[in-house]
Write a protein of this length. Structure first.
Length: 148
């Protein structure tokens, strides 16, 4: 009989603790400031994916929440696959318009062409025609020229 009373008390204590826990559940914090959902255009708002170009827009809210930092102005082109340089169409100090061919190279019996979507200034060229390149080898270093 005493064991039954202790069991009943344990059940009541458990139910009481469960009820108190449910009361203490915290609601998620709400943002204090509403940030505009207006699109923000960034300098590099084009993404190239498998023969297609996609324009992207980032909202102020996204940029604020992700700690977004634009790409540095000095950029490198590296070999994305091992191969052999067929032709280099540029040289150090040359200004190159968007869409112009920079390098042609052969990899896995396929001809690959490197073309950029920005006007650039070539800082340095690290390869020449006939040279073999490894994956991730530095080919060209350049600066993005400001849009006029």
């Amino acid at each position: 009989m005493k064991a039954d009373m202790e069991n009943d008390e344990n059940i009541k204590d458990t139910e009481k603790a469960k009820a108190e826990t449910e009361k203490k559940q915290v609601k998620p914090a709400q943002p204090e400031e509403i940030i505009s959902e207006e699109p923000v255009y960034t300098e590099n708002d084009i993404i190239n994916v498998d023969n297609g170009q996609y324009h992207t827009n980032f909202t102020n809210k996204f940029l604020a929440s992700r700690g977004y930092k634009p790409k540095p102005k000095n950029v490198e082109i590296r070999a994305f696959i091992p191969g052999q340089i067929i032709k280099v169409y540029t040289k150090k100090g040359k200004k190159v318009k968007a869409g112009k061919l920079l390098i042609t190279f052969e990899a896995m019996k396929m001809i690959n062409e490197i073309v950029l979507n920005d006007d650039i200034l070539i800082e340095d060229v690290f390869v020449k025609a006939g040279e073999s390149v490894e994956k991730n080898q530095l080919l060209i270093k350049y600066k993005v020229r400001p849009h006029k």
